[in-house]
Design a binder for this molecule. Structure first.
Ligand code: HEC
Ligand code: HEC
Length: 432
């Protein structure tokens, strides 16, 4: 193993009292919690003292030399980074090839696109974002990456009710699925919408005390130590400079590229539009139960449906504003205020259990039962979920068959292509 990769195994840690730098191996995940605590404190002190200028020059020149090799396999930190020689085409996938049903109509998903003009998706930017997303170097002790809590096979959420952060602590809420969040019109992120933009959001887990435990200064220093980043930053932004702004832009590009549009439901809409079939009848592709479920989902109660599409709107089934759906009589968590929560897109909901901001429902049946007869008379309950005549919480009296049909439709939103696409898969392989 080369000196360079050996060096990348270490973080340089400055101690307040010491005029010299101490090398401490940070890889051992079996380190005692006490030792981890000490290292974390030391790292924070290091970042504060801004001792970056003291990094030995030999390392930097070694890193630069590495650039000329343009390797597609780089061994580092016990991981192998494997990227295609030509970058994946995120622009075609997420922009050019978006199907017509995402683009047409006044209330089309694209009209709710929260992509800012200053950060369009580029192939090299999203590629950098993909590496960052899967790199456990983004957490202070190399214990977790974004993908630890946002797993591709579960629609980029976590099968755990609460996710484990870098020291095993649990997150305050259930992880969120990431597909199609580009079409959440207000552009706010998190269940309680506390991030104003996706560019703001992606830096927040990194600095979260439970999730990744880093400071942004430490992050930049850490990434500078890894031999694969200079080239990736150069390709994406025209120079090798690693800055928190560039990290944020690249992660946001990768996340926005996660558009899910190849479910059976999408196939039905695509073939309807290409063969001049009305979008009101998708039974040429959907099964009888799926089509009946779609109508129950989309039609208003006055039209014989359950009005789900009033909130889970557009073809991406995503809301533009948070709502209180009467999970409890009084709010256990105020969310965005008044117990209101953002709803992620329902694409891939079949595989993204458990459900809701607190992961309280294990199965789709539990969710359907909640809407059917479990809605609580919470003072902040959305008027959409009240009986317009009596003002009482809605009771849909769904038959067994209707519940089955609704579930069949929700399952038709599973996009296996997206869940298995290389574009969004882990570029690192473990060599151990
Ligand atoms: C330890 C687990 C964990 C890690 C690590 C983590 N997340 Fe999350 N993520 C969550 C949880 C939990 C939420 C919901 C938190 C809330 O709303 O209060 C969330 C929410 C989000 C959202 C909001 C989605 C929406 O529709 O509003 C995005 C985007 C996101 N994470 C991206 C990332 C990125 C990018 C990283 C890596 C830099 C990351 N996450 C790391 C657990 C994690
Ligand atoms: C008033 C708006 C509204 C209506 C109407 C509505 N929903 Fe929801 N839905 C939400 C919100 C908000 C959440 C997230 C709530 C939370 O986590 O506290 C949600 C969550 C869900 C989830 C879980 C998503 C996840 O990833 O955890 C499913 C599934 C779902 N709704 C299906 C339906 C179905 C089926 C109907 C119709 C019977 C429906 N919704 C009607 C607003 C609504």
């Amino acid at each position: 193993m080369s000196t360079k990769s050996e060096i990348t195994r270490y973080l340089l840690i400055g101690l307040e009292t010491a005029p010299f730098l101490t090398l401490i191996e940070l890889r051992g995940k079996s380190m005692s919690a006490l030792l981890k605590g000490i290292i974390k404190t030391a790292l924070l002190a290091f970042a504060t003292l801004n001792l970056a200028a003291c990094l030995p020059e030999v390392e930097l020149s070694e890193l630069e030399q590495d650039q000329e090799e343009t390797p597609s396999f780089v061994e580092t930190n016990g991981k192998i980074l494997s990227l295609p020689n030509t970058t994946f085409d995120y622009v075609s996938y997420a922009e050019t090839n978006l199907p017509q049903h995402f683009l047409s109509g006044d209330d089309s998903a694209i009209n709710h696109d929260n992509s800012p003009d200053h950060n369009p998706i580029s192939n090299t930017g999203a590629t950098l974002g993909r590496v960052l997303f899967y790199d456990d170097a983004l957490s202070i002790n190399d214990a977790v990456s974004c993908a630890s809590c946002h797993k591709q096979n579960t629609g980029f959420t976590d099968e755990a009710v609460l996710s484990e952060g870098f020291q095993g602590g649990l997150t305050g809420r259930h992880s969120m699925s990431l597909a199609n969040n580009r079409f959440y019109g207000s552009g706010h992120f998190f269940w309680d919408e506390r991030a104003d933009t996706l560019e703001d959001q992606v830096l927040m887990p990194i600095q979260d005390d439970i999730e990744m435990g880093m400071t942004l200064d430490t992050l930049v220093i850490k990434l500078t130590q890894l031999d694969y980043y200079p080239e990736l930053f150069f390709n994406a932004f025209g120079s090798e400079d690693i800055t928190t702004e560039r990290i944020s832009l690249a992660l946001a590009q990768f996340t926005r590229a996660m558009v899910s549009y190849q479910s059976k439901y999408d196939d039905a809409l695509v073939s309807a539009s290409t063969s001049n079939i009305s979008e009101n009848d998708l039974s040429h592709v959907l099964s009888h139960d799926e089509e009946a479920g779609r109508k129950l989902f989309e039609l208003l109660p006055a039209e014989g449906g359950f009005g789900c599409g009033g909130c889970h709107s557009t073809v991406a089934q995503i809301t533009n504003a948070p709502h209180n759906i009467g999970l409890d009589t009084t709010n256990m968590d105020e969310g965005a205020g008044n117990g209101e929560f953002k709803v992620p897109s329902l694409r891939n909901v079949e595989v993204s259990a458990p459900y809701m901001h607190d992961g309280r429902f294990e199965k789709l049946e539990d969710v359907i039962n909640h809407y059917n007869n479990g809605i609580q008379d919470n003072p902040d309950l959305s008027p959409f979920l009240r009986n317009p005549v009596t003002g009482e919480p809605a009771r849909f009296n769904m038959s067994k068959k209707e519940k089955h049909q609704l579930k069949a439709f929700l399952k038709a939103l599973t996009d296996d292509h997206f869940l298995n696409s290389d574009l969004f898969s882990n570029p690192f392989q473990s060599d151990s």
